[in-house]
Unconditional design. Structure first.
Length: 120
């Protein structure tokens, strides 16, 4: 619907009042969402598929399986990625792991735990 005062500007409608929800309902809603299972058949992006099998994939590469073999295995299940794309995804995932906050080592009295003074 056009605004008669300025035909180029659409007339905005009055926003509808928001539905009020009981606080107890939000707890039930949160519980239901937490319990929801993801759709196992949902489409994944390539990096998500690689992330899901990253540990197995890295173990295979350490055993001597080549990226070309991995590409063929992925194609058999309908994932078409180039070798360079797989390597890029693995680098991205490795970077994400290294960027994750690391737990600090506990010290006994708050002082750094380095070599004793006077030692080289």
């Amino acid at each position: 619907m056009e605004n008669p005062e300025n035909p180029k500007v659409a007339k905005t409608s009055t926003p509808k009042p928001r539905t009020k929800i009981a606080a107890s309902s939000t707890k039930i809603l949160a519980d239901l969402i937490r319990k929801a299972e993801p759709d196992p058949d949902r489409p994944l992006h390539g990096i998500d598929a690689i992330s899901a099998v990253e540990k197995v994939l890295r173990a295979a590469l350490r055993r001597g399986v080549t990226i070309s073999q991995i590409v063929e295995i992925l194609r058999e299940v309908g994932i078409d990625l180039r070798p360079s794309t797989i390597q890029t995804y693995l680098r991205i995932l490795e970077q994400e792991h290294s960027d994750a906050p690391k737990k600090k080592a506990a010290s006994t009295n708050g002082t750094p735990q380095g070599p004793a003074s006077g030692t080289v």
